[in-house]
Design a binder for this molecule. Structure first.
Ligand SMILES: *Cc1c(COP(=O)(O)O)cnc(C)c1O
Length: 387
C-alpha cells in the first residue's frame, strides 16, 4: 500500500485527533439469554402508542427530510415543562447536545502541535465532578478544550462552601457539567444545594438530569430561574428509547439560540421525532414504569444489603454497590461467565464497586440468585483475579 505518490493516510488526521482516546461505551453483546444490567437501559418496552406511531410512520414518506427544527416535539416539550418553545433544543441523544454545548461555549486551547496550551484560561475550561459521566472528559478532549475534574466527597456528595473551592472548583469555568442525580453513584442532590452551586458560576452550567424521572426531585426550575443554566434530559433511560437517540435541553433562549447556530440542520431523525411525540402522549404508562423501577430498585438494594453488599441509596435506575470483600472486578467477570453483565469502572475511588442497572423483576431475582451462589467464594477472595 505504501506509495510515495500519495499522502500517508496515518498523517492526515489533525495531531489532536491522532492522540485522542475515544469514549468507551458499555458492551452491547448479542448473546442469547444474557441479562444486560450494564448500560442503564430500561427493562420495560416503550408504550404501545409509541410502537404504533412508529409502525404507522414507516411508509413512502421515508424519502422526505424530517422537520429540521423538530418544531412539534419542541412545542410539546415546552408545554410539558411550562416553558417557551425558544427555551428548548432537541438533539440526537443528549450526548449530541452535551458535545454541542462544549463547542458553543468553550474556546479550544490549542498549540500548533494540537495539544492544549499550558497557560490556563477559564474560557477554555470544561469542568465536571469525578466520578460522573465518563463522556465529559472525552468531549473536552475532542474539542481541544481543557478538561477539569473536581473530586466529589467520599460519599459522592458535592463539596460544600469552602470545601468546594478547596477541591479546585472554578467559578469562572466556561462550562460546568453536573450529573444530577449523579452517575455512577446514583446519589441525588437537593435543588437548594444545586441552586447555591450554580448561582455563583460565571460560565454556563449544564445540569445533566439523565435519570431525573427516577428521582424524588429535579432541578428543572433552575433553567428558568437563571440565564446561564441548561437542564439536560433524555428519552433514552426513563422512556425506553435508547435505540432512537433523542434528548433535549431547556434553558435561556439566548443559550438555546447559540447552540442552535452550531447544530446540524437535520440532527434529529424523523422516527425519533415521531416516537418522542408519542411518548409525551403516554404519560400514564411511564409513570407506572418509573414506579415499578423504583420498587425493584428497593427490593434489589435490600437483598444485596442482606448478602453483605454496601449499597448506596439511589435516585436512578441503577445501584452502585461495593461487594463484600471489595473484589469488584472479580464480580464483574464471574457474573459475566453466568451471562449477567454489569458495569465496573477502573477509576480512582470507585474500583471497589459495581454498577447494576435495574432490570425486570425476573432478571433481578435471577441476578440475586447468582450473587448468593457466588458470594461465599468471592467474599473470601478465593477466586483469583481474572479467573
Ligand atoms: C445515558 C446518559 C446520557 C446520554 O443519554 P443519550 O440521550 O442516550 O445520549 C447523558 N448523561 C448521562 C449522565 C447519562 O447517563
Amino acid at each position: 500500500m505504501a506509495s510515495s505518490r500519495y499522502p500517508n493516510p496515518d498523517r492526515l488526521a489533525r495531531p489532536l485527533v491522532q492522540g485522542l482516546h475515544p469514549y468507551v461505551p458499555g458492551e452491547q453483546p448479542k448473546t442469547r439469554g444474557l441479562i444486560k444490567l450494564n448500560t442503564n437501559e430500561n427493562p420495560f418496552t416503550p408504550a404501545p402508542g409509541v410502537l404504533k406511531a412508529l409502525k404507522e410512520a414507516v411508509d413512502g414518506r421515508l424519502r422526505l427530510y424530517p422537520n429540521p427544527t423538530a418544531s412539534r416535539l419542541r412545542s410539546e416539550l415546552a408545554r410539558f415543562h411550562g416553558v417557551q418553545e425558544a427555551q428548548v433544543i432537541v438533539g440526537n441523544g443528549s450526548d449530541e447536545l452535551l458535545a454541542l454545548a462544549v463547542r458553543t461555549f468553550v474556546e479550544p486551547a490549542l498549540e500548533g502541535n494540537g495539544s492544549p496550551s499550558s497557560a490556563g484560561q477559564p474560557s477554555q475550561v470544561v469542568q465536571y465532578f469525578h466520578p460522573s459521566y465518563s463522556l465529559y472528559p472525552v468531549l473536552a478532549a475532542t474539542h481541544g478544550a481543557r478538561p477539569h475534574a473536581v473530586p466529589l466527597m467520599e460519599d459522592f456528595d458535592i463539596p460544600h462552601g469552602k470545601d468546594l473551592s478547596r477541591a479546585g472548583w472554578l467559578q469562572k469555568a466556561a462550562l460546568s457539567l453536573v450529573t444530577t442525580p449523579n452517575a455512577p453513584s446514583g446519589r441525588g442532590y437537593p435543588t437548594d444545594r444545586l441552586r447555591e452551586l450554580v448561582a455563583k458560576q460565571k460560565g454556563v452550567v449544564v445540569l445533566d438530569e439523565a435519570y431525573a424521572e427516577f428521582a424524588e426531585e429535579h432541578a428543572m426550575d433552575l433553567a428558568s430561574e437563571m440565564p446561564h443554566v441548561l437542564v439536560s434530559r433524555t428519552f433514552s433511560k426513563a422512556y425506553s428509547l435508547c435505540y432512537l437517540r433523542v434528548g433535549y435541553m431547556i434553558g435561556h433562549p439566548s443559550l438555546i439560540a447559540a447552540m442552535d447556530r452550531m447544530r446540524d440542520s437535520y440532527n434529529v431523525n424523523g422516527m425519533a421525532q415521531v416516537a418522542a411525540e408519542a411518548t409525551l402522549k403516554a404519560r400514564g404508562h411511564y409513570e407506572k414504569v418509573f414506579k415499578k423501577v423504583r420498587a425493584i430498585r428497593q427490593t434489589t438494594a435490600d437483598q444485596l444489603t442482606a448478602l453483605g453488599f454496601s449499597v448506596l441509596p439511589s435516585q436512578t435506575n441503577f445501584l452502585f454497590a461495593r461487594p463484600p470483600g471489595g473484589h469488584a472486578e472479580a464480580w464483574l467477570l464471574e457474573l459475566r461467565k453466568r451471562k449477567i453483565l454489569v458495569r465496573w469502572f477502573d477509576a480512582p475511588g470507585i474500583r471497589d464497586r459495581i454498577r447494576i442497572t435495574i432490570g425486570s423483576a425476573s432478571e433481578m431475582s435471577r441476578f440475586i440468585q447468582v450473587v448468593s451462589l457466588l458470594e461465599p467464594r468471592l467474599h473470601r477472595g478465593a477466586v483469583r483475579k481474572g479467573t
